[in-house]
Write a protein that binds this ligand. Structure first.
Ligand code: MIC
Ligand code: SF4
Length: 641
C-alpha cells in the first residue's frame, strides 16, 4: 500500500517506534525555530545541557513578540538572544525582520523537512510541505542538541478540497469552517493532510493561513503537498533549488476523510471568546466595531496585505474605527511599500505597526473598554487583547478591511468586483537582518541583563505527594488563563520568580499567594486543559510555585508535554464524574507515587475527608523517568553525563 505525506516525512525521520496511531514515536528534527518570548528559556536550557553548537541543519532565533521596549527588559533579552545565538551556531533574526512563522516560510522552510518550534503556530510551515510542530522551549532545546522529538503518532486526517473559492471568500474561511465543524478539541491526536484538486487553487501563503490555524483545532500539525504552486513560491523567493515534489501516493491510507467543497464556503467569523464559536458573517452583520486589526502569523502575507490595500484604495476608514495593520515581515513591508499598496493604506487612514506579533499577544493596541475588535488573527481568548471586557471577532483580511470602512461588520461580498492579486515573480530578497552565527564562537561573550534570572530546577520526585487543591477550574482553560501575556507580563519571561506572581491572575488574583502559603499543591481542571500556546511558562511558573500535579478530565497536547518536562504530573480522573468529588481547598495525598506511576496506569489517591480518588496517567516509560528525575532538564543532563 502507498503512503500519505505524513507517513512519508515521518518514516524518513523515524528514530524509534512504529507509525501506529497513538504509539510513542521519536523523530529526527532538521530545523528549529524559537521566538523571543519562549526563546530566552530555551537557550538557557540549551546552555545548561553543555552542548557547544546546535546539531540541527538549521536553527533560527526570532525576535517578534516582545518588541515593545517600555523598559530595559525586552531589549536586554534581545541582546542575550543575539549573543547566545552567535555563540552556539544559531541564526538570529533581528526585531523588525518579521514574525517568525512568516519569515521562516519565506526564507527557510523546505518541503519534506521536519521542524520543531517553541511556538504553537509552528505548523504554519506545513503550508510549504514541512512537518512543523509546536513544542515547549525545553523540547526545542533538546532538539537543538541533536535529541529526537518524542510524540504520539497521530491519526492522519485527509481534508479533501474540491472546487474553488468564490470571490471574497478566503483561506481564513476554510480553516474557520473546519473549526466550526470540529471545535477546538477536534484535532487532538491528529495531523491534517490537505489533498484533492482544490489544493492547487491555493498559493503557499494561503495554505499557510490554514496550517497556521490548524493549531486552534488542537492538531499536532497540518501539511499541504509540495507541488507546482510551492515551486512557484520558492522560485520567487530565489530558492528553487530547495524545492522538491511531495505528494501522497494514489492509494495512500487515511484514518479519516473530511470533504470541503470550496465553492460552497461563505465568509465566516469566530465570535468571542473562542476560535470555534463560528458563525456566518451574515449572522452578525451590522455590529458596530471600534477596532480592526490586520496582520499576525495567520494573515500578514504579501497577498493578504495587497488585497487589503486594494479594498482600502479610494476609501476612508470609518471615523469611529481604529484600523491597525502589521505586515508580517520586512519583505512584505518592503514589497507593499515599493508597489504603492502601503500608501493606499495610509491614505485610507490605517495605522501601520511594526512587522511583529503586536496586538495579537496584547503588545499594544489594547481596544477600548467593552470594545468590539475584528481581527485577522487566530486567537480570541478572553482578555488576550489586553482589555478584559473587549470582544474579539476573528475573520478574514477582506472582511476586516471592508468592515473598517463601513464601521460595522460587513459581508465582504458587498464590495463588488473582485480584486486580483498576482503573486510576484520575484520577492525582494534581503536577508541582512538575519545574522549568521559567529565563526569564532569562543570569542563571543553572552550578555545577560539583570532581568535574566537563572533557571529554577526541581528536586527529583518524592515518594509521598501531599498538598491541597489550590485551584479548581472548568473546561477549555487556555494557557492565556494560566500564564497571561501582554505588554506588562511578557517582559518577565526570563525571570521566573517575577512572572510566577501572575499565574492564573485573571482567573483568581490570589492564586500565587495561596500556592506559596501552602507550599504548592494541586490544580483541578476540566477537559482540554492547557489549550492554546506552547508557552512552557504555564508549567514552569506553577512548578516554581510548588504545583505537584494537575488533575483534569483531559489535557491539550503541548501543555501536557510541558507539564511532564517540568516534573508536574498530569493526571486524569478515571471517571469524568469524579471531577465533582474534589473541591478547592481539599487536601490530597498520594502515597508511593513512584511505584504507582512506574507499575501501571492507575493511581490511588485519598482526599482529606477520606474519599478515594482513582486517577490515571498516560505517561510513557520515558516520561515516567523524566517525572521521577524532576523534569526533562535533570533527565537530559543525567543521561548525557
Ligand atoms: C501565542 O500566540 O499565544 C504565542 C505568544 O505566540 C505563544 C507563545 C508564547 O506564549 O510565547 C504560542 O502560541 O505558542
Ligand atoms: Fe505571534 Fe500571534 Fe502568531 Fe502567536 S499567534 S506567533 S503572538 S502573531
Amino acid at each position: 500500500m502507498g503512503q500519505n505525506i505524513v507517513q512519508k516525512v515521518i518514516s524518513s525521520h523515524l528514530v524509534s517506534g512504529n507509525m501506529n496511531a497513538g504509539e510513542e514515536i521519536a523523530i529526527r528534527i532538521d530545523q528549529t525555530l524559537t521566538q523571543d518570548a519562549t526563546g530566552t528559556m530555551a537557550y538557557l536550557q540549551f546552555e545548561a545541557m553543555g552542548i557547544p553548537k546546535v546539531k540541527t541543519e538549521l536553527s533560527v532565533s526570532y525576535v517578534d513578540h516582545n518588541t515593545l521596549q517600555t523598559g530595559f527588559e525586552n531589549a536586554d533579552d534581545h541582546r542575550f538572544l543575539q549573543t547566545i545565538a552567535a555563540k552556539h551556531g544559531v541564526y538570529f533574526s533581528k526585531p523588525g525582520n518579521g514574525i517568525c512563522h512568516q519569515v521562516h516560510l519565506e526564507r527557510f522552510g523546505i518541503p519534506g523537512k521536519t521542524m520543531l518550534g517553541s511556538d504553537s503556530h509552528t505548523p504554519t510551515g506545513g503550508g510549504i510541505g514541512m512537518i512543523a510542530i509546536g513544542a515547549g522551549g525545553l523540547d526545542v532545546a533538546v532538539a537543538m542538541g541533536g535529541g529526537p522529538f518524542y510524540l504520539n503518532m497521530p491519526k492522519v486526517v485527509l481534508v479533501r478540497l474540491k472546487g474553488k473559492l468564490k470571490p471574497w471568500v478566503s483561506a481564513k474561511d476554510i480553516i474557520l469552517e473546519l473549526l466550526r465543524r470540529l471545535t477546538v478539541k477536534g484535532g487532538v491526536g491528529k495531523m491534517f493532510e490537505y489533498g484533492g484538486e482544490g489544493v492547487k487553487t491555493l498559493s503557499v501563503p494561503e495554505r499557510a493561513t490554514i496550517t497556521n490555524m490548524g493549531a486552534e483545532l488542537g492538531a499536532t500539525t497540518s501539511i499541504f503537498p509540495s507541488d507546482d504552486a510551492t515551486k512557484v513560491f520558492m522560485t520567487a523567493q530565489g530558492r528553487a533549488k530547495q524545492w522538491k515534489r511531495l505528494e501522497a501516493d494514489k492509494d495512500a491510507p487515511y484514518d479519516e476523510v473530511i470533504d470541503i467543497d470550496l465553492s460552497r464556503l461563505v465568509p465566516l467569523v469566530a465570535q468571542p471568546h473562542s476560535p470555534d464559536k463560528v458563525a456566518e458573517i451574515k449572522a452578525i452583520e451590522g455590529l458596530k466595531i471600534n477596532q480592526a486589526a490586520i496582520g499576525s502569523c495567520t494573515n500578514s502575507s504579501y497577498k493578504d496585505m495587497t488585497t487589503v490595500s486594494k479594498i482600502l484604495k479610494g476609501r476612508k476608514v470609518h471615523p469611529d474605527v481604529s484600523l491597525v495593520i502589521s505586515p508580517g515581515s520586512k519583505q512584505v513591508l518592503n514589497m507593499i511599500s515599493k508597489s504603492g499598496a502601503l500608501s493606499d493604506m495610509l491614505t485610507a487612514g490605517a495605522r501601520i505597526l511594526e512587522t511583529a506579533c503586536g496586538p495579537c499577544i496584547g503588545m499594544g493596541q489594547a481596544p477600548s473598554s467593552a470594545a468590539v475588535s475584528v481581527r485577522t488573527y487566530n486567537r480570541n481568548f478572553e482578555g488576550r487583547s489586553g482589555t478584559p471586557d473587549a470582544g474579539v471577532y476573528l475573520l478574514s483580511p477582506e472582511t476586516a478591511a471592508f468592515s473598517a470602512i463601513k464601521g460595522v461588520i460587513t459581508d465582504p461580498r458587498k464590495i463588488g468586483k473582485p480584486v486580483k492579486v498576482m503573486m510576484p515573480k520575484k520577492f525582494i530578497i534581503d536577508d541582512s537582518m538575519v545574522i549568521p552565527p559567529s565563526r569564532h564562537p569562543d570569542n563571543v561573550e553572552v550578555v545577560r541583563g539583570p532581568n535574566i534570572k537563572p533557571l529554577p530546577r526541581k528536586e527529583p520526585l518524592a515518594d509521598t505527594m501531599t498538598g491541597s487543591v489550590i485551584l479548581k477550574v472548568g473546561d477549555n482553560i487556555t494557557t492565556d488563563h494560566i500564564m497571561p501575556a501582554g505588554a506588562k507580563i511578557l517582559p518577565l519571561r526570563s525571570n521566573i520568580p517575577a512572572i510566577a506572581e501572575h499565574v492564573f491572575e485573571r482567573v483568581d488574583p490570589e492564586f500565587a499567594k495561596r500556592a506559596k502559603a501552602n507550599n504548592g499543591g494541586f490544580i483541578i481542571g476540566g477537559s482540554n486543559y492547557g489549550q492554546g500556546s506552547s508557552r512552557e511558562h504555564a508549567a514552569l511558573a506553577p512548578m516554581y510555585l510548588g504545583i505537584k500535579a494537575v488533575i483534569t478530565k483531559s489535557f491539550a497536547r503541548i501543555h501536557y508535554a510541558n507539564l511532564v518536562n517540568f516534573g508536574i504530573i498530569p493526571l486524569v480522573f478515571s471517571s469524568e464524574s469524579d471531577y465533582d468529588l474534589v473541591s478547592q481547598g481539599d487536601t490530597i495525598e498520594i502515597q508511593g507515587i513512584k511505584a504507582q506511576i512506574r507499575d501501571g496506569n492507575t493511581i490511588h489517591a485519598r482526599t482529606g475527608s477520606g474519599k478515594e480518588l482513582v486517577l490515571r496517567h498516560s505517561l510513557t516509560p520515558r516520561q515516567v523517568d523524566i517525572i521521577i528525575a524532576g523534569g526533562l532538564l535533570n533527565y537530559t543532563v543525567k543521561n548525557n553525563a
